[in-house]
Design a protein around this ligand. Structure first.
Ligand code: C2O
Length: 520
């Protein structure tokens, strides 16, 4: 194991990912930010230099942070935000994880403005290491031409009627084209800004690490004429499973192996935005067929003329996720046979006193209290009671096995993410169905950290609450986070108190200004 040090310098820059120029909140001047590559067992020392003009925080999505809960990066739960013109150093190890991860701001909707990038954790014992020759990181994202403070001000007002901001475009590795006739006149915009291009050497096998960094929408990802074999779901290796299209929801990750075994030519890579999951209002100018080019070495440089896989009408008319019941763990899982506690959650949207639509979990919308994070209440105030709007949905003083049953009361889907853990997906079902607890899969379920709750459907997940800390459980649709669709678990607070936070820990909170001033 080594110590790997990285600098993430956050600052604003004018960029034109799709030809439309806007202020992008960059990491080291680029969008997406740099890919961090480490090896299982390494220590990551990450200097976050904040020159955004407002406070921030960085979350390392999918990492357990065992013993380092204060580096999980959640304002209001595990830290106070990093003030502007300040450097904060995240410092944690990855003793028992490998696979495809990402980092992103967890403060307000900053990741949607650009503060994100991939993290790859290599495993020296990767069971597939001889089955591919090269690795390619592919970040998919919906993309907005306005900065999120504008979008949020409108979304969180009665005027929006709860309609989430609609993207203007979709990007593959930060690139796409846009039709500038749709751009407001005073903005800089160039047509044909260019697509991402992936060079394939004929005969080589590629491990594509696909990450959906969207704010709202799921993607269907494919490469014309090339089937792909899924081998990884969010750090869990799976048995090879061949598919033609990979449906990937917000914050999810998969690795697939693709072989460059076709005649030397160019092929479309496609990432279709799943607009059916959120009804099609305000997207008249959205081209939901996002593309990149797979260029075989030796081919001409003309655009591909290939056709996509034959459309499946069922997919086009519904909002559905990848059928993950086809994915099987590569290494057998030891799923606990039963849970010690089952937590039932109802997720919905309701109007608050000012007529704004809020995300609610069991009747309560989450209100972030950035200057008084839960971790400080546990560490320094021995607090055991929390305000209802802190949405503490589990407080575990001993290690135990937890089942969460989530019912989705609305017609949109919700990709729920649990911090500090992976969980087994025991079952899920669409509208009109109810969980049959005798039919849950405790034999060979996949384990992941972000799973979709189908529209008006349900999911049952199981995890071991044995990691001391405050762990967020929230919908990863960033607009829903800001609307309050967030909850938290408090795990083993006695153990957490035995751990030592960084020396200047309380100083961070004293220096931090109220981030809601950031919005004005
Ligand atoms: Cu990817 Cu709570 O976040």
């Amino acid at each position: 194991p080594e110590t790997k040090t990285f600098c993430l310098h956050l600052y604003k820059a004018k960029l034109s990912p799709d030809g439309f120029e806007r202020v992008v909140w960059t990491v080291n001047g680029t969008y997406p930010g740099p890919t961090l590559v480490v090896t299982k067992g390494d220590r990551l020392v990450i200097h976050v230099i904040n020159n955004l003009g407002v406070s921030t925080s960085i979350h390392f999505h999918g990492f357990f942070q065992r013993g380092t809960n204060w580096y999980d990066g959640v304002p209001g739960q595990t830290q106070c935000p990093i003030p502007n013109n300040t450097t904060f150093i995240y410092n944690f190890t990855v003793p028992d994880q490998s696979g495809t991860f990402w980092y992103h701001s967890h403060h307000l909707a900053q990741y949607v403005d650009g503060v994100l990038g991939a993290i790859i954790v290599k495993d020296p014992d990767d069971p597939y290491q001889n089955d591919y020759d090269e690795e390619v990181v592919i970040l998919l994202s919906d993309w907005y031409h306005n900065e999120t403070f504008t979008l949020l001000n409108y979304y969180l007002s009665p005027a929006s009627k709860g309609l989430e901001p609609r993207p203007d475009n979709g990007l593959i590795n930060g690139r796409n084209i846009y039709n500038c006739k749709w751009a407001p006149v005073s903005y800089k915009c160039i047509d044909n800004a260019g697509l991402s291009k992936f060079n394939f050497v004929p005969g080589k096998r590629y491990r594509l690490r696909v990450i959906n960094t969207s704010a709202l929408l799921s993607f269907t990802f494919s490469i014309d004429e090339h089937a792909m074999d899924v081998i990884e779901v969010e750090g869990m290796m799976t048995k090879r499973h061949t598919i033609h299209r990979l449906i990937i929801n917000v914050a999810q990750r998969y690795s697939v192996i693709v072989t460059a075994d076709k005649l030397v030519s160019n092929f479309w890579m496609r990432a279709d935005l799943q607009i059916k999951c959120y009804y099609a209002i305000g997207i008249e100018h959205l081209n939901s067929y996002v593309k990149a080019i797979v260029h075989y070495e030796g081919a001409n440089h003309l655009d591909p003329t290939t056709k996509g896989w034959a459309e499946n009408l069922n997919r086009l008319n519904n909002c559905i996720d990848l059928n993950t019941s086809d994915l099987k763990p590569f290494f057998p899982e030891n799923v606990p046979a039963k849970s010690d506690q089952t937590i039932y959650l109802n997720v919905s949207f309701e109007k608050d006193a000012s007529n704004v639509d809020r995300g609610v979990v069991n009747g309560s919308t989450y209100a972030v209290d950035v200057d008084n994070p839960t971790i400080n209440q546990i560490l320094f105030k021995n607090q055991t009671l929390f305000q209802p709007n802190q949405n503490v949905i589990g407080h575990f003083n001993t290690s135990q096995v937890i089942d969460i049953v989530v019912y989705n009361g609305v017609t949109g889907e919700h990709p729920f993410h649990l911090h500090g853990h992976t969980f087994w997906v025991l079952g899920s079902g669409p509208v009109g169905t109810k969980p049959d607890f005798s039919k849950l899969n405790i034999f060979d379920p996949i384990k992941r950290d972000t799973a979709t709750i189908p529209p008006e459907g349900w999911i049952v997940i199981r995890f071991e609450a044995n990691n001391p800390g405050i762990w967020a459980f929230h919908c990863h649709i960033e607009w829903h986070v800001e609307a309050g669709l967030v909850a938290q678990f408090i795990e083993l607070p006695h153990e957490l108190r035995k751990l030592k936070p960084p020396a200047d820990w309380e100083q961070l909170c004293i220096k931090s200004p109220n981030p809601y001033n950031d919005l004005i």
